[in-house]
Structure formats: structure tokens, C-alpha cells
Design a protein around this ligand. Structure first.
Ligand code: 5GP
Ligand code: ZN
Length: 113
């Protein structure tokens, strides 16, 4: 996707603070953190959102969740607790239409959103 900001971040065309990268995913710090730890985990493959995920993405989706768990451990927040959030669609608050999962931690979250 030529005009997708997260595709550009994955390709290094837009700078980001990388946390982790492998053959399937790229993880980086959110530019406007909503919590002391706020990492975005995105697939290197462009999918606009969860609605576009198919059976063939089963491994990718599992890999994203396990990557989030591993990053939580690496960043030292696994024991205290963390949230993994995916916003799908405008009413859910999705603003970047390249599928991504938020890893949020370092604060006491009380409400659902
Ligand atoms: P959404 O609202 O779509 O679930 O989440 C999009 C997230 O991407 C937001 O938290 C926003 O701060 C973050 N974001 C948007 N543009 C950039 C950018 O250019 N760099 C980084 N690191 N984060 C971005
Ligand atoms: Zn993209």
C-alpha cells in the first residue's frame, strides 16, 4: 500500500522507535502514548484491519499475540499487567487502516476503554 503510513514505517521510509522485528511483524513505540508503555505491533503484510483477516492469517494472528506477551516480559510489565487492544473500524476508534495491536502497560487501567 503506497500511501499507508504503517507500511512506510515497516519499510523504514518513515522513522520509528523500533522495539522488535521478525519476518512477520514489526513493533514500535506509539507516537502519542496513551500509557507509560505503548507499543504498536503490526504485521509486515498490509491488512487494513481485523475484518480483512482470513484463515490463512491464523498463524500471523497468534504470532502477534505471542509477540505482545514476549514484549511485555521484555519491557518488564508482564507481572504487573498489560492490555492488548485491536481497534477495528471507525466506531471502534481505528484511525490507521493497517491492522495493528496496541500493547499498553505501566498504568492502572480501570475502565474498559
Ligand atoms: P488506532 O487509533 O488506529 O487504533 O491506532 C493508531 C495509533 O497509531 C495511534 O495510537 C497513533 O498515536 C499511532 N500513530 C499514528 N501515526 C503514527 C506514526 O507516524 N508513528 C507512530 N509511532 N505512531 C503513529
Ligand atoms: Zn499498510
Amino acid at each position: 500500500m503506497n500511501d499507508c503510513i504503517f507500511c512506510k514505517i515497516v519499510k523504514g521510509e518513515i522513522p520509528s522507535k523500533k522495539v522488535y522485528e521478525d519476518e512477520l511483524v514489526y513493533a514500535f513505540y506509539d507516537i502519542a502514548p496513551a500509557a507509560p508503555v505503548h507499543v504498536l505491533i503490526v504485521p509486515k503484510e498490509h491488512l487494513s484491519g481485523m475484518n480483512e483477516a482470513e484463515e490463512k492469517h491464523e498463524k500471523l494472528l497468534g504470532h502477534i499475540l505471542l509477540t505482545a506477551q514476549k514484549l511485555a516480559k521484555t519491557l518488564g510489565v508482564a507481572e504487573d499487567g498489560y492490555r492488548i487492544i485491536n481497534n477495528c473500524g471507525e466506531k471502534a476508534g481505528q484511525t490507521v487502516f493497517h491492522m495493528h495491536f496496541h500493547l499498553l502497560a505501566g498504568a492502572q487501567f480501570t475502565n474498559l476503554v
